[in-house]
Design a protein around this ligand. Structure first.
Ligand code: CDP
Length: 212
């Protein structure tokens, strides 16, 4: 099965790129962050503490795929809680199993594009195509501020930057499946690349692999 793994920090442009690659190549797309967000959202809804591993694991075990597209998963509050539940190894195991099942049998049967933090390193280390999409913290905070404002949320650049950097640290410093580029990943720095240029560069890399 063809798997394209796309990892990187928040607001680097992974989602936009992954969706475009999937549509272009006729593959199915999975946003693995939405799994962690859905668990965090359910924990918050239940009035529990995201830092309580038992509460997070219970929600991970009854993950409902129907939750994944909920617009209320996209808030900064849920993102913060997602990075907290994501530190728990049993929660990660549960969600990793879900992602591996998707990669092994994507709905369209042709292949999958999965984006996240640990796809090329832990979830699908055998993936032939691995991209590590990154950008400067200042540029990522600029993009996330515009995205939140576009959805009608009050977002202040300095606060968004601080929040992103705190989440980067949490993701990079956790003991299990930390955010890191796989040694065989192709690094794409989008600080100075718009969505079209990033897509062109990524497609060149992916098609170059199948030609080789
Ligand atoms: O949209 P953004 O890139 O900011 O975040 P996301 O991809 O929705 O991920 C939210 C949080 O879930 C991340 O900060 C990680 O802590 C966690 N996550 C993870 O641990 N592993 C993944 N494969 C995907 C997300």
């Amino acid at each position: 099965m063809l798997v394209i793994a796309i990892d990187g920090p928040g607001a680097a442009g992974k989602g936009t790129l992954a969706k475009r690659l999937a549509a272009h190549l006729g593959l199915d797309y999975l946003d693995s962050g939405s799994l962690y967000r859905a668990v965090a959202w359910r924990v918050i809804q239940a009035g529990a503490d995201p830092a309580d591993p038992a509460a997070a694991l219970a929600e991970a075990k009854r993950l409902d795929p129907a939750d994944l597209g909920r617009p209320d998963l996209r808030t900064e509050r849920v993102a913060r809680a997602a990075a907290i539940v994501a530190q728990s190894p049993p929660v990660r195991t549960e969600l990793t199993d879900f992602q591996r099942r998707f990669a092994a049998s994507p709905p369209g049967g042709k292949g999958a594009v999965i984006d996240g933090r640990d796809i090329g390193t832990v979830v699908c280390p055998q993936a032939k195509a691995k991209l590590f999409v990154t950008a400067s913290a200042a540029e990522r905070a600029r993009r996330r501020t515009l995205e939140l404002q576009g959805r009608g949320e009050k977002a202040i650049y300095a606060a968004v930057l601080e929040e992103l950097e705190a989440r980067d640290r949490r993701d990079m410093e956790r003991a299990v499946a930390p955010l890191v580029a796989a040694p065989d990943a192709h690094v794409l720095d989008t600080t100075d690349l718009g969505p079209d240029a990033a897509f062109t560069a990524a497609l060149e890399y992916v098609t170059g692999l199948s030609a080789s």
